[in-house]
Each structure stands twice: as C-alpha cells, then as structure tokens.
Design a protein around this ligand. Structure first.
Ligand SMILES: Cc1ncc(COP(=O)(O)O)c(C=O)c1O
Length: 355
C-alpha cells in the first residue's frame, strides 16, 4: 500500500495499442505524432478551456526529472525554491541538488482541510525566492485546490516575479467531482510564468512506460527548460507515446469507472479509519488514491516500521515532512484493501493491549 501506482491492469485500449505497436517490431527513436499533440491540445481545451499551442508541449520521461530541470534552470545559486509541506519527497530534495535553498511552508489546517498558508507565504517571500513548486492536486494530503486558493498564491508569485511549477500528475484523479484548476489558466500574467507538468501515468497505471509532458507558454522559460534538459533528460519512448495516445483518446470510459471504484475505496478507508480504529484519523480525499493518516495519538516513533511488522507497507510521513503520519495507497482491489485495513486494526489493537 506504499508506492503510488495501482494494482489494476491498464485499460484494454492501451493494451491493444501496445500490442499493435509491438507487432510493428521497429523501436527506433520517437517523437510525438501530430495526433497525440492534437489530443493534448483538445484535452486542455475541453477540460480547462485552456487554449494551448502544440509548440508549448515538451515531452519528458517523467515528472520528477522535470521538477529537477526546473530547479536547475531558473534562478541562481542560493536562490530559494518554495513549496508547501507535507509534500511528495522529490519536491524537498530537488532544490539542494541544483544549488538552491528549500523554503518549506507548512500547509495550514482550516476547518477539516489543509490549505496554503498564504499569509505566511507572503511574509516569507523575498528577493531570493525564485520558484514555487506546487503539488496540484496535492500528494499526500489529497487536496483539490479551489480556484481562489490558487489565485491568491499565484498573485504573490506574480508580485515577486517567481516561476510557478505546477505538478498536476494527479489531475485526472479527482474523486469529489469538483473542478481542477491549472494556475496557467488564471490569466496571462500567471500563464507566462507557469510550467505545468502532466502525465497519463498515475491515472492509467502506466508510470513504468515513462511518458509525461510540460506545457510552457512563455518561449523564454521554454527555451531555458529545453536547454537545461539537453543531453541529460531523454525524451519519451515509442511505447510511452503509444500508451499516452490510447489513454487520452480512448481511455475515458475506463477512467470514469476507475474513479467510481476509487471513490468507493476511499469511503471504505475513511469510514474504517474514523469509526473502527481508535487512534487513527484522516481527512477526506478530494483527489489522488492516497490517504494521509494521522497516527500521532499512538505516539509511534516510526509509524511505517510499526505497521510493516503487521504486514502493511505504508509510506512514512517523515519523508514528506509530515512526522507522525503514514500514507496509504488505496488504488487496489477491494479484497486487498480490506485485508490491509484489517491488519491495520490488529496493529493498533496490539499497541493498545501492550500499553
Ligand atoms: C506529485 C507527484 N509528482 C510526480 C510523481 C512521479 O512522477 P514520475 O514517475 O513521472 O517521475 C508522483 C508519483 O507519486 C507524484 O505523486
């Protein structure tokens, strides 16, 4: 229940397209077919009323390499990269790798949600702050941010002339039916400073096929991005492109059924954690297939290690700067989910009995 991929076979449309491509038998260097470019352009228009040009799209083997390219490409040594924590660990490790300083701003609790602490962001931004790494939707807390929340921090980035890098790898996994907002759609000033990262990988369970892309409107930022990745970050391979086209062109019915299944899994996890296991709690999950579970009241020094002894592998919150939490991946068949939850309950019961 640990790393963020799912236990489901990919959609038949993808498997069929891959079979056909393998049958072709020639696996040379690849570039994106015009049809794939058009499918991405049409997707942005339909989902976000976002008019992009094919030339804005930069194909990549993954989103994490892009986070690193961004941290390397913009600003100077010692400049700051800002992000909201807890967050997916590569957001925390990429800045220092490229001579930048990480400025981690904890998300704030508001009612029963995490949200950006925009006031603190405003206080902490300085002339050294050059890049905001945004996780949108947010792994691990499962937030689908509202337009107003994103607008406020995007405006602060405009005021401080920062680059916004919005990782939207989970944007097709919205469980609560609400809208996803790419900051690049908020207007020309924000669009011109934003790098949007997307991929079919999480949604269609093809992360091992290494296909992702950046959308970069501003030609200066795009050229800098491309120059920085040159010779280091390869492009996408033929099978990745094939799977991506099939996913976006033909995968919608499968995705829609997936969302129903995940939504039910999420409800099962939430009910179980809040009603059946004393000492654990979690927020609702608006997007992603990841539950962020608070174990603090159990006082476990190493929560993931503890649960692993009972046969459930979880990601430890410490790696996300979220001490005392664990992340559970519910993108799996219900039978496995129920077994995992049962083991969690036994783990907590044994803790209660021994203290
Ligand atoms: C927010 C986020 N970005 C990026 C990735 C991984 O991206 P990739 O496999 O394309 O490098 C993940 C995987 O869990 C993720 O949650």
């Amino acid at each position: 229940m640990w790393v963020a991929d799912m236990d489901f076979r990919s959609p038949p449309a993808i498997l069929e397209a891959l079979h056909q491509r393998v049958e072709h038998g020639i696996f040379g260097y690849a570039s994106a077919a015009p049809e794939l470019m058009q499918v991405v352009v049409a997707r942005m228009r339909e989902k976000y009323q976002w008019e992009i040009e094919p030339s804005w799209i930069v194909w990549l083997p993954g989103v994490v390499p892009a986070l690193n390219v961004v941290c390397r490409a913009y600003g100077n040594d010692g400049d700051e990269v800002v992000t909201f924590t807890p967050v997916y660990p590569p957001f925390l490790t990429a800045p220092a790798r490229w001579g930048k300083t990480l400025r981690a701003i904890p998300l704030r609790r508001e009612r029963s949600w995490y949200t950006f602490d925009a006031d603190r962001l405003e206080r902490e931004l300085s002339s050294r702050s050059k890049i905001l790494l945004l996780c949108n939707p947010h792994n691990p807390v499962g937030r689908r941010y509202e337009r107003g929340e994103i607008e406020r921090i995007a405006n602060l980035c405009v005021a401080h002339d920062m680059v916004i890098c919005s990782d939207e790898i989970h944007c097709d996994l919205i469980l609560d039916g609400g809208p996803h907002t790419p900051p690049a759609t908020l207007g020309p000033e924000v669009g011109a400073r934003t790098i949007t990262l997307m991929a079919p990988s999480k949604t269609f369970n093809i992360p091992g096929l290494n296909c992702a892309f950046a959308i970069i409107e501003n030609p200066e930022l795009r050229t800098k991005f491309k120059k920085t990745r040159e010779g280091i970050v390869p492009g996408t391979n033929v099978l990745g492109f094939t799977a991506c086209l099939a996913a976006y062109r033909d995968g919608e019915p499968w995705r829609s059924a997936l969302i129903d299944y995940l939504r039910n899994n999420k409800e099962i996890v939430r009910r179980f954690i809040s009603e059946e296991v004393e000492g654990l709690s979690m927020d609702d999950v608006q997007a992603t297939y990841l539950a962020w579970i608070d174990t603090q009241s159990l006082g476990l020094p190493k929560p993931a290690r503890f649960f692993e002894q009972f046969g459930v592998a979880l990601y430890d919150g410490r790696d996300f700067q979220g001490e005392g939490f664990v992340r559970l991946n519910f993108g799996c068949p219900r039978s496995i989910l129920m077994e995992a939850l049962d083991r969690l309950r036994r783990a907590v019961q044994s803790r209660a009995e021994s203290s």
